[in-house]
Design a protein around this ligand. Structure first.
Ligand SMILES: C[S@@+](CC[C@H](N)C(=O)[O-])C[C@H]1O[C@@H](n2cnc3c(N)ncnc32)[C@H](O)[C@@H]1O
Length: 203
């Protein structure tokens, strides 16, 4: 009887955990993907194509001991990221740089984790840019890509036609470019019923 009660309690806890994760992903969009990878080392994170800096802020909140460098080639994005993360910058945990992913202003092997949320669509030459990401990661470091388009969905393909230079890559294209750039152990999670993808690669 006691064992049965214990089993039911464990089952309830497990269901609550799954529901919690589902709500997290639903609320946070692709950034939710990162919550499924608590084991990747993130002490020194570089957030590429950081836009307004909200994901940088969420990562700093998620990992309070980590330091993060945010990079974007747009001066406006750099300013917005600085404003959004001003407290973390003052605390010495966040640095924001203007730079292009095709030639990052960062030292070799200086990061544990590189993240790219909704940005690789715009990168000029996937393999060359991924090679640059590989350069700044330490051996064993992780590269995480989150996209809301898997390169086959109607919305993504519609945006491709409207936005000059945008390309919604398929999982196969991303995996091939990552491998050509020197990454291994590429894994892809595809969100059920949505074209959201999380791609993880190891250096
Ligand atoms: C759709 S926004 C996504 C912003 C942010 N990552 C997010 O999820 O909210 C794409 C961002 O990537 C940046 N970006 C595009 N190409 C880039 C490049 N070659 N180097 C650096 N940043 C780039 C853009 O300036 C823009 O801020």
């Amino acid at each position: 009887m006691l064992i049965l009660k214990l089993a039911v309690e464990i089952l309830i806890l497990w269901v609550c955990y799954i529901l919690y994760m589902a709500i997290l992903v639903h609320r946070r969009g692709p950034l939710g993907g990162i919550f499924f990878y608590p084991k990747c080392v993130q002490d020194r994170t570089v957030e590429l194509g950081c836009g307004g800096g909200r994901n940088a802020g969420a990562l700093l909140k998620r990992w309070p001991d980590a330091k993060l460098t945010a990079v974007d080639y747009s001066a406006l994005s750099v300013e917005k990221t600085k404003a959004y993360n001003r407290e973390q910058i003052a605390a010495g945990r966040c640095t924001v740089l203007q730079g292009d992913v095709k030639s990052l202003p960062l030292a070799d092997e200086s990061f544990d984790l590189a993240t790219a949320f909704e940005t690789v669509y715009f990168w000029p030459g996937l393999t060359a840019c991924f090679t640059e990401v590989c350069r700044v990661l330490r051996p064993g470091g992780t590269f995480l890509i989150c996209n809301e388009s898997d390169g086959t969905d109607e919305t993504g393909l519609k945006f491709e036609k409207i936005i000059d230079g945008m390309k919604c890559h398929t999982v196969e294209e991303l995996s091939a470019a990552l491998k050509a750039a020197g990454f291994s152990g590429v894994t892809v999670d595809h969100f059920a019923n949505k074209p959201w993808i999380t791609v993880l690669a190891r250096k």
